[in-house]
Ligand binder design. Sequence first.
Ligand SMILES: NC(=O)c1ccc[n+]([C@@H]2O[C@H](COP(=O)([O-])OP(=O)(O)OC[C@H]3O[C@@H](n4cnc5c(N)ncnc54)[C@H](O)[C@@H]3O)[C@@H](O)[C@H]2O)c1
Length: 269
Amino acid sequence: MELNNTAALVTGGAHGIGRALCRALHAAGARVAVADLDFASARGVAAEIDGLALKVDVANEQEIIDVVNRTEAEFGPVSLFVSNAGVACGDGPNGAASAPDEHWRTCLDVNLMAHVYAARVMIPRMKTRGGGCLVNVASAAGLLCQIGEAAYTASKHAAVAFAESLAITHGDDGIQVCLVCPQAVATRMTGFDDDGQAEGETGFGGNDVDGIVSSDYVADCILDGIREQRFLVLPHPEVTTYFQRKAADHDRWVAGMQRFRRRMFGEDA
Ligand SMILES: NC(=O)c1ccc[n+]([C@@H]2O[C@H](COP(=O)([O-])OP(=O)(O)OC[C@H]3O[C@@H](n4cnc5c(N)ncnc54)[C@H](O)[C@@H]3O)[C@@H](O)[C@H]2O)c1
């Protein structure tokens, strides 16, 4: 897809991966709407890239419709919608099932239902206009497992499955779906501040085994994926091997993850 002069809307654009993507899209010539719950920071990013700042709670379908309408009124038809906003809540003290319902609902609303709402508003418009691109930022946790984050992992698996359904159903409508599954990225979610300075150990489920990459690097990977019309974007190439091992022998993979969890929590015999 040609990015120059494209109208793009990025959720969670005020920080981290979303902010890096807003900057990269602007550098590629796109007109960018920066949509976020944190409106003050969205305004800062938009000012920097001559973009449009929008306040949105992606868990609310009407708010997603509203930001699409406002972007189209300002920039014309949205050809690229990036569902990037995401949250992680943690398991709580008693393991995988112990997080309160409220945490589960937040993870499912923000990490999954927001992607459904975006597709619901965009697909009919994109079909009428002859195509478009939906970028859904999930996680390597959606292919594998984020230890200590059962709700996050389940919501990201669901986001992966939903992106697959979208691509399979709407590929013939000219709609490109791009699914992004990074491991650790230096953002606030992993305990880094907005300038990528480490604030200390966060114990983010040990998904930093293959290194923590920068938001800018992930944004470049996403732009390459869009341009090359790829479905799956894996900023950490090791994820392909892990995913193949899991598919080849699921029982062995679970046993390996159990050993990894014991190592992480210092429970080795
Ligand atoms: N950082 C990582 O290691 C990592 C790894 C894999 C996937 N991801 C995914 O990347 C995406 C971006 O995360 P990040 O690492 O940049 O984190 P981040 O916390 O820096 O940014 C998340 C952004 O989403 C916004 N947001 C949260 N809830 C929202 C809501 N309800 N409505 C609108 N905006 C909301 C936040 O205000 C923030 O600007 C998420 O979907 C996350 O799950 C991150």
